[in-house]
Design a protein around this ligand. Structure first.
Ligand code: ZN
Length: 212
């Protein structure tokens, strides 16, 4: 095997091991949407968005994308969190763990604080963490368009989209193609909302046309 083949094999192995690990960790989880998709579909969507749009291949970022919700969503106790963190570092290395930690919210904080912190702190994170955050928000906003979470009314959808837009606005300028995918997801979510609740039309109208 050539050195190039060896490098390619270890990159592919890192990413596929991360997929395998994440699929096992999230095995009992479903997405919030009415269609109750397996959670792993969200992870695959995020990885795929990055793989399709990254200017340079980055296996550590793709591995981190598979693992990005493991600490936040599959560790109900501080002990489990610490054990999983050590396991990710051992199996995938400190660079992958570092990216995962950068995009992991502190679940001990109230939800509103966590949401505010994402807007305030994402811009100061690494390029990898910011790209991952945009891909994550793209997948989540698109999910709201195709399968709205059970119990979410129109105002809650509008608030969610606006929040996601504020987070992504804080880290634009990294990858035009990925940012375009986010904008398309927002348009799809708006269209889905307007088709079910035409009364929300005014919330998305252009302010300039309002004043005419
Ligand atoms: Zn996610």
């Amino acid at each position: 095997m050539t050195a190039t083949d060896e490098t390619l094999r270890s990159s592919l192995a890192l990413v596929s091991r991360a997929a395998d690990y994440a699929a096992r960790r999230h095995v009992k989880q479903r997405r919030k949407g009415a269609s109750q998709e397996p959670y792993v579909n969200h992870l695959a969507e995020v990885v795929n968005l990055l793989a399709q749009t990254l200017e340079k291949p980055n296996p550590q970022l793709l591995a981190a994308a598979w693992l990005h919700d493991v600490l936040e969503d599959t560790c109900p106790t501080p002990e489990e969190y610490a054990r999983t963190k050590a396991e990710i570092e051992k199996q995938f290395g400190p660079v992958v763990l570092g990216i995962v930690l950068e995009v992991t919210d502190d679940k001990s904080l109230p939800k509103e604080t966590r949401k505010r912190l994402q807007i305030a702190t994402t811009a100061g994170k690494s390029r990898e963490a910011r790209l991952l955050k945009i891909a994550d928000k793209t997948s989540n906003v698109y999910a709201v368009a195709v399968s709205r979470p059970v119990g979410w009314d129109g105002p809650r959808v509008v608030e969610y989209i606006r929040w996601a837009q504020a987070v992504v606005a804080s880290c634009r300028g990294l990858n035009a193609e990925l940012e375009k995918a986010f904008d398309m997801a927002v348009s799809a979510a708006h269209a889905a909302l307007l088709s079910s609740d035409p009364m929300f039309d005014h919330l998305f109208s252009n302010p300039r046309s309002d004043s005419q």
